[in-house]
Write a protein that binds this ligand. Structure first.
Ligand SMILES: C[S@@+](CC[C@H](N)C(=O)[O-])C[C@H]1O[C@@H](n2cnc3c(N)ncnc32)[C@H](O)[C@@H]1O
Length: 213
């Protein structure tokens, strides 16, 4: 489910790290402060960690460097191929936010960066419910992703991208399933999570959702 973007990621995998390091002007602002954002997320994660959409393992490496155990799930074969080389310490599985191998570990953190927007609204809701059951008491979901504050904010980002000639970005902002903050907040609250949002750059937000103890 939600894996309609995988071909794109197979093609993007070999140049993905150039994009996140700011070499592609079109996506520079999307990934502004990428390393610092991932580091903040890594610092917050409590082991054992389940990571979805690990891509080329940039977040995974930061978590593993703190001697935390990470199980990574990634649908793109090309991304997994790079992730395994860059982060041999992590267990890496084929799968997605909803379908992934059953794990025997007690999971204390579920993390993901720049990937949750690949799920449609009903898929996001399904995943969040399942993560509530999967997490240990006191466990946390910690995501970083692009969010829209509201409809006006969405269209201001799209218009701004168009004005700069960033037509791929403008198209992504319309075609991928970026959530509205209030809609995502509601999905977490209705399951029983405490949730908070912190804006990290023009596009990306840190989302923390805690399961009560
Ligand atoms: C923009 S990349 C982010 C990679 C990495 N987390 C990072 O921060 O650089 C999005 C990743 O999500 C993966 N992805 C796409 N659809 C997914 C899904 N339904 N479930 C899990 N991962 C997915 C892609 O293959 C890709 O590796």
């Amino acid at each position: 489910m939600g894996v309609e973007f995988v071909d794109l990621f197979n093609q993007w995998a070999s140049s993905y790290d150039d994009t996140v390091s700011g070499k592609d002007p079109e996506y520079k602002e999307v990934f502004e402060d990428y390393d610092a954002m991932l580091q903040e997320l890594a610092d917050l994660a409590v082991s054992p960690v389940l990571e979805f959409g690990m891509g080329t393992a940039n977040l995974t490496r930061k978590i593993v460097a703190q001697n935390k155990v990470v199980v990574g799930v990634e649908p793109s074969e090309e991304m997994r191929r790079i992730a395994i080389v860059k982060c041999p310490e992590a267990a890496v599985y084929e799968g997605d936010f909803i379908n992934y191998p059953s794990l025997q570990l007690p999971i204390k953190s579920i993390v993901s960066s720049f990937a949750f927007h690949h799920l449609k609204e009903d898929e996001k809701r399904l995943a969040i419910r399942a993560y509530y059951d999967k997490l240990e008491e006191g466990g946390k979901i910690i995501f970083i992703d692009t969010l829209f504050k509201d409809e006006a904010h969405k269209w201001s980002l799209i218009k701004d991208a168009e004005k700069k000639g960033y037509l791929n970005l403008a198209q992504d902002l319309q075609e991928e399933y970026y959530a509205y903050l209030s809609e995502l907040e509601q999905m977490f609250l209705e399951v029983g999570f405490e949730v908070s949002f912190k804006q990290k750059n023009k596009f990306a937000w840190l989302i923390q959702a805690k399961k009560g103890e």
